[in-house]
Each structure stands twice: as C-alpha cells, then as structure tokens.
Design a binder for this molecule. Sequence first.
Ligand code: PAF
Length: 278
Amino acid sequence: MIHFQTRSDLIAKLNTLKNEGKSVGFVPTMGALHQGHLSLVDRAVKECDVVVVSIYVNPLQFNNPEDLKNYPNRLEDDFKLLSLYPDLLVFTPTFLDVFPLDDEHYKVDLGDVETVLEGAHRPGHFLGVGKVVYALFDLVKPHKAYFGSKDYQQVIVIKKLVEVLGLKIEVVECSTQRDPNGLAMSSRNLLLSPTEKMDAAIIFKTLKYSQENVSAYTPQKLQSVAKSFFNKGSLRLEYLEIVSAAGLKPIDDWQQKSVCCIAAYCGKIRLIDNLVLN
Ligand code: PAF
C-alpha cells in the first residue's frame, strides 16, 4: 500500500502509471472499512492494473450534523486492512484536495432518481454525493469505479451522473456483503450494540419475505403487508418502498424488474438495505 495525502502527489503517480498503459480502478470510501469494502477492492484488484482507494468522509452528503459527528473514524484499522494489498494507492485527502476551487460549480440535474427514497428523506444527500464523486472521478480519472449495491440508489445516481456528463468510466456494481444473520455490512454497524445488531436482522428478513411473496400480492399490497411484517420487530421504519429497479418509480404490476428499499432506525442509527425482488 502506498499512502498519498495530496492531490498533486496522487495525480503525478497516476499520470506515470497511465503513460505506461496501466488501467486504473477506483474504490471511493468514507473509511471505517469492512468486508463489504474489501470485496470491492478485491474485485478492482482482479480487474485493473492499478487500484486507488480513497478514504474521505464527505461533509457535503450529510444532511444531519449529528450523523456526520458520529460517523466512525477508524483510520488506523483501515490502514491495517489495506496494507494487506501491496500495490494499492490509498488516498486520504483534505476538503481542499477534493475541491481545490470550490464545490459550487457542480450543477448536474440527475432528475427523479436523486429526489425519491433517500433523496426525499435526506434532502441534499445526493447533491453532496454527486459533488464528491464527480470531483474524485475528475482527480483519479479511473477506467472503472466500484460501488456496493447496499447503496442501491447511489449506484443508480452515479450511473446517471456518468451518463449525463459523458464520462468514460465503467461503474461496477458489487453485491452486498452480509453478516450471518443477513444484516448488510455497513460502517454504521460499528455504532450498534450486539443486541441492536440482532434486532436489525428484521430488515433483511423483511426483504426476503417480500421477495418470497411477489407472486402472492400486487406491488402495493405487498408493500403494506411487508410493512406489517417489519413492524413486528423493534426498529422504527422510515420507509419501505417497492419501486422499479431501473428508474426507482412506483409500479402497478410485476412486469418490470423491481426492488424493495428499506430505511429504518435501530435505536439512533439509521440503516438502509434493499433487495431486487423479481
Ligand atoms: O458510499 C460511500 O461510502 C460514499 O457515499 C462515497 C461513494 C464514498 C462518496 O462519499
């Protein structure tokens, strides 16, 4: 692992490697790394000559200052995990490294995909994600970028961003890694107690229940039945929506591929997860 702290050092190294014809894979993260992140790194290492992992907690995507304050910071542990990959380029920028001019010139309209679900419940979240991902893409200029499907909507938003801006970057979606009880791996799980981690299994149970009951109900009915199923657990549901997998729009039948998306509070911690249903 080689550690870069400034944009100029990273850009210089990447220019040399690209001039040698090397392909570049990119795994953007906010640190507090877990097996889910490592599965992205593993895939990137298999598919690309050079892999950049960034660790940057982007303040622009937090609509809740408490959430930003509590976001886990485990830089030393992150370095330990990444040091197992000898040739990785690990980038830990400051705000000014990511946004050397300002972050206000980014004006990209991604349409409905950024205003529904997470976008509706976390106003400004995807504007912040778009700004940082665009800035990091512009800096690293990767051939491929890797994102986990746990943040299903984020993957759709980033694919749209790449399409709208005409970027020559392949967005690679990697499957969600789960604990044995089904809980999707997330940096936020570090903030859960062991009991809360067990309670949070209701999220995946509900997603599986929804998947298993597609043929029994219409999408609207399944949405309400699945909410009742979820509410037998102790988490507080923020939303459970069954939408089209491509455009995240409400659906009337099962003709199109669909996805069930859940956001819920386990104690004070907000968790999200999803499952493609058909
Ligand atoms: O998924 C994340 O960890 C973040 O949203 C990302 C893509 C690194 C942007 O800050």
